[in-house]
Ligand binder design. Sequence first.
Ligand code: FE2
Ligand code: FE2
Length: 169
Amino acid sequence: MSELKGSQTEKDLKEAFAGESQANRKYLAFAKKAEQEGYVQVAKLFRAVAEAETIHAHAHLRILRGVGSTEDNLKAALSGEAEEFTQMYPRMIRAAQDGGFSAALRSFSFANEVEKVHHDLFEGALNSLGNQDTADYYVCQVCGHTRAGKTEEACPVCGALPETYLKVD
Ligand SMILES: [Fe+2]
Ligand SMILES: [Fe+2]
């Protein structure tokens, strides 16, 4: 077997992983819309195909050796989050400000703030890996702010009411 690293197939796997991942999220958004419009069967179809796209994405990622031990994965995740709030989003925020794209600016700014929280959550998990502490995680449905434990306070990032948080198992 030839070396995957540096090959066209490695590039293709990355492209296919990105495409399938995006199709998954897009179809879930389409399913929500179909649900709102009363097309229950179409919503189901979008969710089923979204699930299949996840299987494709994960298969591509496995071949890319993109999944390591949980310790390695936490390290990869926290450095990915750090890259987003130190490089990617600051650059995008500046361009959106310069261009006067207020909706994009708001979306980037929310994500940027929340990536810092994600980074810290991953770092905490890495530092306490193996501890048996339990907590439920809650996600703000407006901005994605993520917290351990239920709260009665508004979202610190977007100001949404505590009821907008959904528990994620
Ligand atoms: Fe994040
Ligand atoms: Fe929020």
